[in-house]
Design a protein around this ligand. Structure first.
Ligand SMILES: *[C@@H]1O[C@H](CO)[C@@H](O)[C@H](O)[C@H]1NC(C)=O
Ligand SMILES: *[C@@H]1O[C@H](CO)[C@@H](O)[C@H](O)[C@H]1NC(C)=O
Ligand SMILES: *[C@@H]1O[C@H](CO)[C@@H](O)[C@H](O)[C@H]1NC(C)=O
Ligand SMILES: *[C@@H]1O[C@H](CO)[C@@H](O)[C@H](O)[C@H]1NC(C)=O
Length: 567
């Protein structure tokens, strides 16, 4: 979102128009080729035309050879760039299915506990990766030109998630003995390249169509009007404008579908029992689960078919789902989450999520979110290391409290925190605290962690004199985080940001601050690689821009400011 644009706008625009020009030249060449072979009826010309078309769609990718080899093998005589892009996505899917098949051979060598879990998690994660590629491939086709921005954004978000899942699979083998990790890396190599290529192609669709002089080229992708019957029905009603009124919603006004109550006054006493009542792939009406006051000690997973679900509690400290799974006890970080939300369009209001493993437990997630277009309002998320795993897709947090120690908000979603409180807790001996650890893998990903009008402070008893806290550190190579219009207390070290030990990630990442206040906000001693953001750069991270929030956050009725705030 302009965030990694360190060389200034002019150069970027120049690059875009140059690459768009190359594309246009190639597209024209393809079109001419097609015409020729039609007129002459000469079949021998088709292969040449196809290879030109393949060159065109592979042109913006980082792994051109992988792209061209894959397409040459599968494209037959297809010349339509849109179809070729789709075939590219489909090849990535096939390669991932191959990886799942091949992973069986690793069972013998991943015998230790963590390695074995890593292998199992990989199967699940690769399934998610395939799902996101599939919905991207399904989306390639006719669309309304006026909705180009949303169209490209969807593709970029899903393909970024696909890429992230592949990496999360590999990360699981960190600190595990033997060859399994290296072998898996090898299996996944082509898939990762193809997924990155897919993201590059999707990005280029946007660039091409954003150049207004190319009206005639629009036909290439938007050639047929959308058939409403064929349009995928995946959008819940509240996004299409029927207000759910999250701000004023309460357990009575919502007429919950199920009530969970510890004291037996509801249909169930545990959240897990209530999950069974959710209709599969629920779309039309939000399925509301009211969880009454109480502490629910259970691990809750809303799987990918549990979509369009809302949890409402009696208050962020009154209704609490709690657990204590943690890495120190031998559970992979990915599986430590007390609550994991995978199904899209999740909403939570007035409820708490917690992991009580403490600093001793190391990685111990309270809440993990993959849910696309999810909203959290007036929630509390408590833990120590890795409290909130904003793993993938688009997420909006408003008026929430998040507490923790190391990397306590981390992941690779496009996640905006508006009017939230980040509370730094006392860490274990010799540990420093990091509020964020963003994990962007490719410079084209539209992801990042955004804190807007938040407050960053220490819990009672946090001693800033002996413990150092930082705004964040770069988990991956293209990490991207901004703290803007926020109150930063003196718990934050004047350096502001911290390197990721043993990497040069900070050199390629983007860490910005804009218009912050408080004793920890002074920037005169900040690390050299941080960026004092311009108003334009900051604006690109506001939820109306990075999340296109007017399309889905606004109609949900949650309090929301689309752009910069008046503070
Ligand atoms: C090439 O295109 C024709 C129609 O234009 C189709 O019938 C044929 O099956 C295609 N061949 C391949 C290999 O895809
Ligand atoms: C994976 O294995 C299944 C079942 O054995 C098989 O049907 C499928 O063709 C395989 N897929 C790939 C891409 O190898
Ligand atoms: C903390 O660091 C000090 C100095 O480096 C060291 O002596 C001490 O053993 C460390 N404590 C723990 C618990 O690691
Ligand atoms: C910004 O946050 C403060 C609390 O820290 C709040 O009083 C104020 O209303 C917020 N501003 C907006 C525009 O929401």
């Amino acid at each position: 979102m302009g965030g990694n644009d360190r060389h200034g706008k002019k150069k970027k625009i120049a690059i875009i128009s140059v690459s768009a020009l190359i594309l246009v030249a190639m597209v024209v060449a393809v079109a001419v080729g097609v015409t020729k072979s039609h007129k002459g009826g000469n079949d021998e010309k088709k292969p040449a035309t196809t290879s030109k078309a393949i060159e065109t769609v592979c042109q913006p990718t980082d792994y051109k050879e992988t792209c061209q080899n894959a397409l040459s093998e599968k494209a037959g005589n297809v010349t339509d760039p849109k179809e070729l892009v789709k075939i590219g996505f489909q090849i990535a899917i096939e390669k991932l299915q191959e990886v799942i098949n091949n992973s069986d051979t690793l069972k013998e060598i991943a015998k230790d506990n963590l390695g074995n879990q890593a292998l199992q998690n990989c199967r699940e994660l690769i399934e998610y990766s395939i799902d996101d590629l599939k919905r991207s491939a399904d989306k390639i086709g006719p669309f309304e030109v006026t909705k180009l921005k949303e169209y490209v954004e969807d593709l970029k978000v899903w393909l970024s998630a696909s890429l992230q899942y592949e990496q999360t699979c590999l990360d699981g083998f960190d600190n595990t003995p033997g060859e399994a990790g290296a072998k898996m890396k090898n299996f996944l190599k082509t898939s990762q390249e193809l997924t990155k290529n897919a993201l590059a192609m999707a990005t280029e669709i946007g660039n091409l169509f954003r150049t207004s002089s190319l009206k005639s080229q629009r036909r290439l992708l938007a050639d047929t009007p959308m058939d409403p019957k064929k349009a995928p029905k995946i959008i819940p009603s509240w996004i299409e404008g029927r207000k759910l009124d999250i701000a004023t919603a309460n357990p009575i006004s919502l007429k919950p579908d199920v009530i969970v109550a510890k004291d037996g006054s509801g249909k169930y006493k545990t959240v897990n029992e209530a999950l069974k009542d959710i209709p599969k792939d629920n779309v039309l009406k939000t399925f509301v689960i009211y969880i009454k006051e109480g502490v629910y000690s259970e691990q809750v997973v809303l799987d990918k078919h549990m979509t369009n679900v809302m949890f409402i509690g009696d208050g962020p400290t009154k209704t609490k789902i709690t657990g204590n799974k943690n890495y120190a006890d031998g559970v992979q970080t990915f599986k430590t989450a007390t609550v994991a939300v995978i199904g899209d369009y999740f909403i939570a209001k007035d409820i708490g999520f917690e992991n009580t493993a403490g600093a001793r437990g190391h990685q111990a997630v309270a809440l993990r979110v993959q849910s696309d277009l999810s909203i959290f309002y007036n929630c509390q998320i408590d833990g120590y290391q890795d409290t909130l795993y904003t793993q993938t897709h688009r997420q909006f947090y408003r008026d929430c409290i998040i507490s923790g120690t190391i990397d306590f908000i981390f992941g690779d979603a496009a996640a905006v925190f508006q009017n939230c409180k980040m509370i730094v807790r006392k860490p274990g001996p010799n540990q420093s605290c990091m509020v964020t650890a963003q994990g962007r893998l490719d410079k084209r990903e539209p992801t990042g962690i955004v804190l807007q009008n938040c407050t960053i402070s220490g819990e009672k008893g946090f001693d800033a004199a002996t413990t150092m806290a930082y705004l964040g550190r770069p988990w991956k190579m293209y990490s991207r985080t901004i703290v803007m219009q926020s109150q930063i207390d003196n718990v934050i070290n004047p350096l502001g940001w911290m390197e990721w030990t043993g990497t040069t990630n900070h050199e390629t990442s983007w860490f910005g601050e804009f218009s912050n206040r408080g004793l920890g906000a002074a920037t005169n001693q900040r690390v050299k690689w941080y960026k004092l953001a311009t108003p334009e750069e900051a604006g690109a991270f506001a939820p109306g821009s990075i999340l296109l929030g007017d399309k889905w956050i606004m109609p949900s009725g949650v309090p929301y400011v689309a752009g910069m705030m008046r503070v």
